[in-house]
Design a protein around this ligand. Structure first.
Ligand SMILES: O=C[C@H](O)COP(=O)(O)O
Length: 252
C-alpha cells in the first residue's frame, strides 16, 4: 500500500538555530502520533541539513534535500552532489520544483540527469511538476502535466518507480493563498495515475504516492488529503511553524 506523506519544504527560510528549533519541536510533537502509514519529511536548506539530521536522530521525522546537482563531483562552484547528501544519511531529494524550473533554468533535460544521478545514488526523488495559471485558464493543464512527467520520468524502467514520489504543484497555487479545490486536485491526481498506468502498469500507478502542493494549510488540508488519489502534501509556508505542520500531519 502506498504511503501518505507530509513533506515540509522550508525553501530559503530559517537560519541554523531556527531550523534546529523547528525540527526539535516537530520531533517532540510527532512522538505521540500513530504514523504507521504516514511519513513526515522536513527539507531544510543545505547549510542546515547536518544540524537538522542531528536534531531528528532517533525519531521518525525524515530529512530530505531541496535540490542537488547532477554531476558526481568537480568544478561546479556552489553546488551539492547526490553523494554529499547520502553521506549525511539522507534518503530523499526534491527535484524539479517550479521555483528551480523558473528561477534557475532547470529544463526537462537537466531534470532527467538529476533524476538519474539521484536514483543511481540510491536516493528517492520527490519529483515536482505543475501548470501555470495561463495553462489552467486555457485548459492546457493536463497536457502540460503529462509532458513534464513524461519528459522527466518516463525514460525510467518500472522498477525505478519504487523510489519516485510525485508532487503536483499548480504554480498558480504556490504561496498565493489560492489552493486548487479538492476536486481539481483529485481530478489531476487521477489523471496522473492514469498516464502512469498507461505507460507502465496499474501496479506502478497504484503504488506511487502523489502529493499535492500549493497553499495547503490546517484549514484546507483535511478535505484535500481525503481525496482518493491525494496521498499527502508538499508544504511550503505552513511547514515553517511546528503547530501548523503537525496539524497537517494529523489531517488524514
Ligand atoms: O514546495 C512547496 C510548495 O511550493 C508549496 O508552497 P506553499 O505551501 O507555500 O504554497
Amino acid at each position: 500500500m502506498r504511503k501518505q506523506i507530509v513533506a515540509g519544504n522550508w525553501k530559503m527560510n530559517k537560519n541554523v538555530q531556527e531550523s534546529t528549533q523547528l525540527a526539535s519541536e516537530i520531533v517532540s510533537e510527532v512522538k505521540g502520533l500513530n504514523l504507521d502509514n504516514t511519513r513526515v519529511i522536513v527539507t531544510p536548506t543545505f547549510v542546515n541539513i547536518s544540524e537538522v539530521v542531528k536534531a531528528t536522530k532517533g525519531s521518525s521525522v525524515e530529512v530530505a534535500a531541496q535540490n542537488m546537482h547532477q554531476a558526481k563531483s568537480g568544478a561546479f562552484t556552489g553546488e551539492i552532489s547526490a553523494e554529499m547528501l547520502t553521506s549525511l544519511g539522507l534518503k530523499t531529494v526534491i527535484l524539479g520544483h517550479s521555483e528551480r524550473r523558473e528561477y534557475f533554468g532547470e529544463t526537462d533535460a537537466i531534470l532527467v540527469e538529476k533524476v538519474n544521478a539521484a536514483l543511481a545514488n540510491g536516493l528517492e526523488v520527490i519529483f515536482c511538476f505543475g501548470e501555470v495559471l495561463e495553462d489552467r485558464k486555457s485548459g492546457n493543464h493536463f497536457k502540460v502535466v503529462e509532458s513534464q512527467i513524461k519528459n522527466g520520468l518516463f525514460h525510467l524502467p518500472a522498477e525505478a518507480w519504487k523510489n519516485i514520489v510525485l508532487a503536483y504543484e499548480p504554480v498558480w497555487a504556490i504561496g498565493t493563498g489560492e489552493t486548487a479545490s479538492p476536486e481539481q486536485a483529485q481530478e489531476m491526481h487521477a489523471f496522473i495515475r492514469k498516464i502512469v498506468a498507461d505507460k507502465y502498469n496499474v501496479e506502478v500507478a497504484e503504488n506511487v504516492s502523489v502529493l499535492y502542493g500549493g497553499s495547503v494549510n490546517p484549514g484546507n488540508a483535511k478535505e484535500i488529503f481525503s481525496k482518493k488519489d491525494v496521498d499527502g502534501g508538499l508544504i511550503g509556508g505552513a511547514a515553517l511553524n511546528a503547530d501548523n505542520f503537525i496539524a497537517l500531519v494529523k489531517s488524514f
